[in-house]
Ligand binder design. Structure first.
Ligand code: 6PG
Length: 243
């Protein structure tokens, strides 16, 4: 497993820097296979990236080769302001020509357990497998102030040894139900990109960077790819202890 850390002066610089790498990776992957499988997260940092992608780079990607999935979803309808799909649709999907049949949203409005099963099956059907595990080409993650990633929160690290593709979790402070891919899916992917900004996350970034004993308290530290590469895209604030 290879881990890279890239630090940018501002969140906007980070978003642009990642957009260029994202486009390049889709192009190279698209030359080797019919579809590029991508799973994206919600949250403000991924949202900024999606905005930059839509406004400046949407014409640079052949969206016909992209199969788009979500890393997690809040258990709300798609028109709810909390919906990760709703956010993505408004910011990006409404502005690009990705074939609708290649957009695989988690149905936050449905029964969480049933949807976790349905989405697990969807991943099984559409994603190339290796060693009986789905291998996404690209997974985009954020990291919360508590070190969570996807919707795997502190105390749920067991989801990194799950046998299922998806699970239902509960946000520890809001009690909101979430559907999330498990660590099995994340750790089998080819490329994981963490998009993390803000000084409030700098200490956790540093603990993970040092691979300290304390880092194990944070789910993001459990992202350890079997055969892939992790790249952390940080800004000067979140990366201030590692530059
Ligand atoms: C979600 C995300 C979650 C998010 C992080 C970072 O549905 O909220 O999947 O994992 O990416 O909490 O969010 P911020 O970038 O807003 O801090």
């Amino acid at each position: 497993m290879k881990i890279l850390y890239k630090v940018f002066s501002t969140p906007e610089e980070l978003a642009n820097g990642f957009a260029e790498e994202f486009i390049s990776l889709i192009k190279t992957t698209g030359k080797k296979k019919k579809f590029v499988s991508i799973a994206i997260s919600g949250g403000n940092t991924p949202k900024l990236f999606l905005s930059v992608l839509a406004e400046k780079y949407s014409g640079s990607i052949d969206w016909k080769v992209v199969k788009l999935f979500w890393v997690d979803e809040r258990c709300v309808p798609p028109d709810n302001s909390e919906s990760n799909y709703g956010m993505t649709e408004k910011i990006l999907l409404s502005k690009i020509n990705i074939p609708p049949e290649q957009i695989f949203r988690m149905r936050g409005e449905d029964d969480p357990s049933q949807e976790a099963e349905r989405y697990s099956d969807l991943i099984r059907k559409h994603i190339t497998h290796k060693n009986n595990s789905p291998v996404f080409d690209i997974i985009i993650l954020g990291m919360g102030e508590d070190g969570h990633t996807a919707s795997i929160f502190p105390g749920s690290e067991k989801l990194f040894s799950a046998t299922k593709n998806c699970a239902v979790t509960i946000h520890p402070s809001t009690g909101q139900k979430r559907i999330t891919v498990t660590g099995k899916v994340i750790n089998n992917s080819r490329s994981v990109f963490f998009l993390v900004t803000g000084s409030n996350k700098s200490r956790i970034v540093y603990e993970i960077y040092r691979n300290s004993e304390d880092s194990r308290l944070f789910p993001s530290a459990h992202v350890k790819l079997c055969n892939g590469r992790i790249t952390w895209f940080l800004d000067d604030e979140s990366g201030k202890f590692i530059v």
